[in-house]
Ligand binder design. Sequence first.
Ligand code: NAD
Ligand code: ZN
Ligand code: ZN
Length: 348
Amino acid sequence: MRALRLLDWKSEPVLTEVPEPEPGPGQVVIRVGGAGACHSDLHLMEDFEAGALPWGPPFTLGHENAGWVHAIGDGVTDLRLGEAVAVYGPWGCGVCARCQVGIETLCENPGHAPVPGGGGGLGLDGGMAELMLIPSSRFLLPLPEGLDPVHAAPLTDAALTPYHAVKASLAKLTPDSTTVVIGVGGLGHMAVQLLSAMTATRVIAVDTKEGALALAAERGADLTLVSADDNAAAIRDATGGRGADVVLDFVGADSTLAMGAAAARTLGDLTIVGIAGGSLPVSFFSVPYEMNVRTTYWGTRPDLAEVLSLAARGLLRSDITTYDLTHATAAYRALKAGEITGRAVIVP
Ligand code: NAD
Ligand code: ZN
Ligand code: ZN
C-alpha cells in the first residue's frame, strides 16, 4: 500500500510502498478515512535532530486520524468490521496511574510495550496511508451518528488539544470574561468554536492572516485583530483596561507570548499551545499578579469522547481542505506557506 513517510529528520516526507499491516492479538487495523496535516508535522520535518528523541524515522506521518475498522486481532471484542472510528493518538502504556484515568498524554512509562515510543505518526506509523495499525482497541472511539471520518479526523488533535486547554481554564471563563485566541489556524479555529459552545466568554482572535480572522469571526469570535505591535493595548481597551482572563497562544513565539502576557488580566491564565519555541521571562513583576502560565499537551481519552459528542450535536465543525495521498506533500507546503484556512486533511 502507499504511505507518506518521514525517512529522516530534516527532510520532506516521501510517498512510498510499504507492506499492509496485520493486527496481532488485541490490535486493530483501520482503513484510513482522513488524516489531518498538523503544524507539528512541520516541526517534525524541520526542527528535530537525530538523537534528540529516543525514537525516530522512518515512520508514516499522520497523528490525527479517523476511519473504519478493517481487520481485528484476536481478543478484540468491542469493535465490529466496517465501524467508523476516531483514533485517540497519544498512546501510553495503559497501566500507569495517568493512563488508568485516560491521561495517556502524560504516561509515566513512555515507550513501554506494547507501544514502543512516539505514537502513530509520531515515531510509529500514522494515518497517511491506506491502512493504519492501532496497537490497542482502547485507542479507537466509535464515531457518533452523523460524523464522517474525513471531518472527524481533525477532532482528534486540532479540536482535542484546545478542548483540553479550555477545560483547564473553565472556572475563569465566566460570562463577563474575555479570552484571547492567538493563531486561529487548524487548532485555533476549533478553539473559537469550543469557547462558544462551552462558555459565554467574549472571544478576541488574533492572527497575521485576514482569511484566518474571517473564519474565526464566522465561527464565533466577537472581535478580530490583525497581528500588530498594539494588540495588547487594543485588548486592554476592549476590556475596560482589565485585560484578558484567558489567553490561548497557538503560536508560542517570543512575540506572541509577550503580547499574551501584556494583554492578560491579574489572576488570568496564559496557556502555551504552539511550539514555535519562544520563551517568556516570568518573574514577580514581569507578569500580572497571580497570573498562571502553563503549557498544555493534546488531551485525554475522556476529552476525546466529549469532543466527539460536541461535534455530533453540531456545536463544533472542522473547516477542511482535502488532498489525496499523491498531493500530501503539497498540503504540507501550503500549510508552511500559510495558505491553508482551517485544516488540511489527507484522504487516502
Ligand atoms: P496552523 O499553521 O494551522 O495555524 C497557525 C495559525 O497561527 C495560522 O493561522 C497563522 O497565520 C497564525 N500565526 C502564525 N504566526 C502568528 C503570529 N506571530 N501572530 C498571530 N498569528 C500567527 O497550525 P496548527 O496546526 O493550528 O498548530 C498550531 C501550533 O500548535 C503549532 O505550533 C503546533 O505544532 C502546535 N500544536 C501543539 C499541540 C499541543 O499539544 N500543545 C498539539 C497540536 C499542535
Ligand atoms: Zn498535532
Ligand atoms: Zn502509562
